[in-house]
Structures are given as structure tokens and as C-alpha cells.
Design a protein around this ligand. Sequence first.
Ligand code: HEM
Length: 507
Amino acid sequence: MNLITVDTSSADVIMPKRLYVLVIVLAASLCLRLLYKNFKDPLRSIPGPLLGRLTGLWITLIEFSGNRSTTVHELHKKYGPVVRLAPNQLSFATTQALKDIYGANSNYTKAPIYETLGFKSTFTTRDRDEYRGMKKRIIPSFSPASIREMEPLVHRQLANLIKCFDKRVDAPLDILPWFRMLALGVVGEGFAGESFCGLETEKMPQLLHDIDWVFPALITKWSFPITSRIFEYLPFKAARQFLNAAEDFKKYCGSAYFKYLNSFDTTARHDLIARMVNERTELLKKGQSIPRHVTETGIIEELTNLIFAGTDTTGNTLTYLFWELAHHPEWQLRLRAELKESISEQTNPDYAAVSELPVLEGITQEIFRLRPASPNGLPRVTSASGGVIDGIVVPPQTIVSCQALTLHRDPILFHEPDRFNPQRWIDASKTEVLEQMREQMFLFGKGARSCLGRTLATMEIKLTLVAIVQRYHVEIGSATTDKDMEMIDHFVLIPKGQKCVLKLTRV
Ligand code: HEM
């Protein structure tokens, strides 16, 4: 048989050569593109990690891992007061930047990510006019008079907590779930008329299990909408449960709302639900259209976010607080002495009798500084005309933020910033430095969108501090506690081990 053979040896030589040329041309054009992009990039002079210049994906992945605030803090230590986190994302760490981004004259709006941080509510709404309409309806519930009305309910929940703790003295105790139940009881009963009975039944309510997954699930759905949608229809129970966490959480708040309607006559009341329901009834009577915020869905979604906003923020702050005090028994002694002198043996004192005591205030401010429940950047978008932040010209539609973790650990203002030292607040209280320290505090945000619940949270934290320190001595209860308490965050600060084992003994 005659075989026709073809000599391919020369083609073999030519092909690889052509491939090399192709690769070199592609690489050169990519480099040129990057150089051109860099040349045209208005933010090119802002320092930051190389990956951050190229893509926003790496900071998103860090966010998923729960290490965003600590990573950004390290970047500020390395690069200085302004860091580029992504092609269109900057983080600032100065008091001037705080004023420029969040102050009265700023026209920046909340960044799109807020739409994922819960259901449609005052907290998540970005549009200014819509926001004003919503805030107007909930703000009476945060007036000084309304907060005073909530004080007896804080005392009631605290009495329940003390009963639970009394049964568990002298043995290692994970305090985290107890403080979460306390905080849930206060906002649940305060806003939806339902404490969810955690402390009453000494059992963690299911919605506290769901709440753990709310932020990670919402951010996953926002970042990967198509994949999330597909997973919702696939027969993977765990994935479905994870993705539905926020909806499940909302169901409990919805049940609380309907229970409230069945239990109370709204016309005889003036709390949050009653005000919104009464407004709806009036509008219906007049035949006028109903704004979304006072529809059934609107009210339930607002309640859901309020309960969410007031639970882990306060519960986790209390947990970190007693962990720090377990390391610093001298501050337990000083507070006990201060309370003895000012209110003698009185238990459950009125808030007004203790709220301004210097040691109590020093300890509270120090835990707010060192372990801010909301340690992350609060992102805003610059307007269509861009802006100037701390002297830096920032292009339109750039995402800019400051984060509490870094501002609160500024070594110039807070000597030995990583140390729990309430004395710094007591020493500063008679000097001008106090004002500067306060200005730098970003725990509750700043400006028009700052936390509406800060007075309630502060009252709750101070009254709990008084009740516990008067009654118990607190110490570390397990060798792993310090490791468990490493900070991670999914918008809200969480102890990495999701537990905090301490030991309480009666004083
Ligand atoms: C230690 C406890 C708390 C901390 C650290 C905290 C932190 C914050 C922060 C940082 C913001 C501003 C977010 C931003 O600007 O992007 C905020 C907003 C908000 N917080 Fe709190 N919070 C706490 C407790 C509470 C409580 C108990 C409530 C009551 C339900 C509450 C209700 C709200 C509301 C309604 C907003 C939205 C304000 C607005 O956009 O006008 N917070 N919180």
C-alpha cells in the first residue's frame, strides 16, 4: 500500500513560533491597556493593595470571610489615612473625612449595598425623599419620652436575666446567648409588643438562630443573584435554609404584628404599630392612597429591621464588655464602689440616678471605642459632581467610607489604642480632648443617617452593667475564651467562636 506522507516538521516549528508571537502581542496589549487605564485613572495616586486597583472582587471575598474591618484597619496602618479598596472604593480614617462624608453639608447617599442589608425600611432606604417619609413615622418612638417609657421593660428583662444567671453561678457559662435574648426581649417587646420569651423560657428562640444568617444570606443573594435563584429551586435543603434566613426571620416579626393587632385596640395606643395602623385607617376613611410604609408589608418589614438593628448590636456589645471586665477585675471593683457610694444598696436603680456616673460612663465609652458593634465602613456614594474629601478630589459615583474600628484606634487621640482603659475617658472628662475623642467616635454612625436607637442601646447597656456588677464577680470561664472572642464581622461585630464562656460568682 502506498502511503502518502506529509512532512510536518517545518509546520511544527512555525506553529509554536506563531503562538509565542500571539501570546507576546496579547500580553503587550494588555499591559498597554492597563498602563492607559492607570494613566487615565483619577484615583491612581491613592495607595492601596495592587489587587484592589484591578478588581472589587477581592474586597467582596474578604467581606464574605468576615474579616473586612480588620483587613481595612491593617491597610490603614500600612498605607495611611486614605486607602483604595477597589477600583471605585476608598476608605478614609480622619475626623475631617468623617465630616465631609457624613456631615450636615454632605450630599452623598447610602451605597447600593444597603438595599441588601434587610427589608425595605428606614435603615435600608437610599432615596432621600422616600427616607424622610419613613423616618418621620418611626422617629417618635425614639424621642426621650418614648425611651423613658421603655425603661420599665428594660428592668423587667433584666430581672429575668438575673433569675437565669442566679441559677448558673459558680460554673462556666456561655453569656452570649443570654445577652442576645436580653436585647431581643427589649426591642421585641418595645417595638412589636412581643419579647419572643427567650429569657422567660430560658430557651433560645428560633429567630435568634435565623438572625445569624441574615446578613451573609442577603449579601450572597445580592452578589450572586442568578446562582442564588438557581439554588433556591434545587433540592439542597441546607442551601435553601441559608438563602431563606431573612424571610424566616421576617415571619416571626409578622406573627408578632398580627398577635399585637389581635391583643390591642390600636386607637387607644400611641406606640409604633398603633401610629402606623391608625394612619392607614384614617387614609382609608378619606379614600386616599396608602404609602407603602403603612401597608401591612411596610409595617412588618420596618419592625423586622428594627428588631434586627437592636438585637445583635446591643447583645454582642454586652458580651465583649463582660469579657473585657473579666480581664480587668479592677474596673469591676471601681464600678461597685462608685455604685455603693451613689445609690448605696439599691438594686434596679432608675436610669436617671446612674446614667452620668463617671466610672460607668468611662467603661461604657471604652467598650464602644474598643469593640464597636458596627466596626465596618458605612459606605456612601459621591454625587454626580463628585466631591472633595479631606482635601482629596473624588470622582462621581465613587464609594467612600470611614470605619469605626480604625477611627476608634487612632493612636494620636487614644494612647495605646488596643488596650481597654476606661480611665482615658475619666481623665479627658474635664479637658478639651473629650470633645475631640467624641467627635472621632463612629460607633453609631454620624449625621442624618446615624443610629436612632443609640439612647435606648446606651440605657440598656448601662443598666445591665449596673445590675451585673452589683450582683456578680465576673471571670474568664474557659481556656478558649480569648480565642473565641477574636473579632469578625458581617456588618455587625461577632465573636469568632460564637461563644463567650465566663464564670459568675455572687459578690
Ligand atoms: C450598640 C448598639 C447599636 C449600634 C452600635 C448601632 C449602630 C448603628 C449604626 C452604625 C447605624 C448607621 C448605619 C449607617 O449610617 O450606615 C445605625 C442605624 C440605625 N440603628 Fe442602630 N445601633 C445600635 C442599636 C440600635 C437599637 C437598639 C436600635 C433600635 C431598634 C437601632 C436602630 C437603628 C435604626 C432605625 C437605624 C437607621 C437610622 C437611619 O437610617 O436613619 N440601633 N445603627
